[in-house]
Design a protein around this ligand. Structure first.
Ligand code: ADP
Ligand code: MG
Length: 154
């Protein structure tokens, strides 16, 4: 279970972006956060992933205070983050990226299972190189598929 308690954050020039955010996400639940551009959604996600430190408040994973752990430590505890503008692993094929994420070889059926969850199950995608010829939406879907491949808790 993920719990956010009284999270607040201001920009360097003093703009309050997050103010006293409290929420609980039980295991196995999907939480969708919606809001205007610049509303603070990515800021909140980055805090959970350890890419940004809140000014105040706590982040708890199964009761453990993980607020100030770095992204690597949080990854070890089972937190994955899909970037909005993925820049990693250009030049790998989709298959190579997903195998790297999963930590081992995967057969076509497994790869297709993951890719179908992001709407991309097709032979043309599995062996496609990740480069600028993919559309922005395709790249985002592949990024999400690589996160799913890690089978992390969050
Ligand atoms: N590191 C930063 N320094 C200054 N301002 C930032 C920083 N990160 C985010 N912001 C600002 O905080 C606000 C919220 O951004 P963000 O969380 O990315 O919004 P969104 O809800 O669209 O994902 C925006 O106005 C953005 O410019
Ligand atoms: Mg955003």
């Amino acid at each position: 279970m993920l719990k956010l308690e009284h999270l607040s954050w201001r920009t360097g020039d003093g703009r309050q972006i997050l103010k006293d955010i409290n929420l609980t996400v039980p295991d196995g639940k999907l939480l969708v956060i919606t809001g205007p551009n610049g509303g603070g959604k990515t800021t909140l996600a980055k805090m959970i992933a350890g890419l940004l430190l809140p000014d105040s408040g706590r982040i708890l994973l199964d009761g453990q205070d993980i607020t100030s752990l770095d992204p690597t430590e949080k990854a070890r505890l089972g937190i994955s983050y899909a970037f909005q503008q993925p820049v990693r692993f250009k030049g790998l094929t989709v298959r190579q990226l997903l195998e790297l994420a999963a930590g081992g070889r995967a057969d076509y059926a497994e790869l297709c299972d993951t890719l179908s969850r992001v709407g991309l199950c097709a032979r043309e995608y599995v062996d496609r190189e990740i480069n600028a010829t993919l559309s922005g939406g395709e790249i985002k879907r592949i990024e999400i598929a690589s996160v799913i491949s890690r089978h992390t808790k969050l």
